[in-house]
Design a protein around this ligand. Structure first.
Ligand code: BG6
Length: 298
């Protein structure tokens, strides 16, 4: 759909405008009395979220490459229909196909209290190339209100049950990783991906002292991210997910990634609402699964 047609059909003057950037990628720019957000139609990826009078909440890599076929680094990538490497086909992309697919707009609306909603659908041709997920539909609803809420809906239109993994892989912008704490995962178990997926116990709030890549099991409660240097506290809530992933690549891995500044690890932490590990979803024919994440300042 052309930019003019997009704006004519789905733009809402003063609230939603579609623009094409130099990269050739189209973005939805949203604003209302609560704040602003930007969504790339490539990847169905929120790349910016800021509440009025406050600093940006999401981290975006200044070296992110906006190139079709590659993932955008930062914001809220959508991992789907598997999380991490494909379990048995190494030629398939890490974290699935949603973040490297085009998404189209299916609806935009202004809700009560001036909340703004954009609903996107992942390219069906791209999904249909995956034999096991052919015909499955994927929609993402993004609502900007007092908080930012994402609802990722998988609809099983097939005649048999499907297995779906994934995550809303949110990159939070922080002042310094050495001075943040994530609360809400106390007294839970996690799989440590950096130690052969060993099952370990999380006693206290999580602080970061090195590379971190963990899947916290049976975790449904809110995570509280406290950035001590800015005194900013975020509440990250979720539904339809019992696994929370925490990721920070630390220095050596930041240096290895072309789309990541060498000191990028200092300023980001990922808190991901995931369906992976023992939480991969089996969706019966005709049924849906909704994976949601909400982000609020407290
Ligand atoms: C995390 C995974 O969710 O994403 C890590 O747990 C992975 O293992 C990280 O390294 C980043 O993945 P990618 O493909 O975006 O570089």
């Amino acid at each position: 759909m052309s930019l003019n047609a997009l704006n004519a059909q789905y733009g809402i003057p003063g609230f939603i405008e579609f623009k094409e950037e130099e990269s050739g990628f189209t973005f939805a720019y949203i604003k209302n009395c609560y704040g602003e957000a930007e969504i790339s139609l490539y990847g169905g990826q929120v790349t910016h979220f800021q509440l009025l009078g406050d600093e940006p909440i999401l981290w975006m890599s200044p070296l992110s490459q906006f190139i079709p076929g590659r993932a955008i680094r930062g914001g809220i990538p959508v991992c789907w229909p598997w999380f991490g490497p494909h379990p048995n086909e190494s030629s398939l992309p890490q974290h699935g196909i949603a973040r490297i697919s085009n998404w189209s707009v299916v609806e935009t609306c202004l809700l009560e209290g001036e909340q703004v909603r954009v609903i996107l659908r992942c390219d069906q041709h791209k999904i249909d190339q995956l034999a096991k997920w052919k015909g499955v539909e994927l929609e993402l609803s993004i609502t900007l209100g007092k908080e930012l809420k994402l609802d990722l809906c998988t609809r099983n239109r097939r005649c048999e049950a499907i297995m779906v993994g994934g995550a809303l892989h949110t990159y939070f912008r922080i002042e310094d990783i050495h001075h943040v704490i994530v609360q809400g995962l106390e007294a839970t178990h996690y799989l440590d991906k950096l130690d052969k997926y060993k099952r370990k116990f999380q006693e206290t709030g999580v602080v970061f002292t090195g590379e971190t890549d963990r899947e916290y099991l049976d975790t449904k409660s809110d995570c509280i991210l406290k950035d001590k240097l800015t005194s900013r506290t975020l509440k990250v809530s979720k539904e339809g997910s019992a696994t929370t992933v925490l990721w920070n690549p630390w220095q050596a891995n930041s240096e290895k990634m072309a789309d990541f500044p060498d000191d990028g690890f200092r300023h980001m932490v990922c808190i991901e609402a995931a369906i992976t590990a023992n939480d991969v979803q089996i969706i019966s024919p005709g049924e849906n699964h909704i994976l949601s994440q909400s982000i609020a300042l407290i």
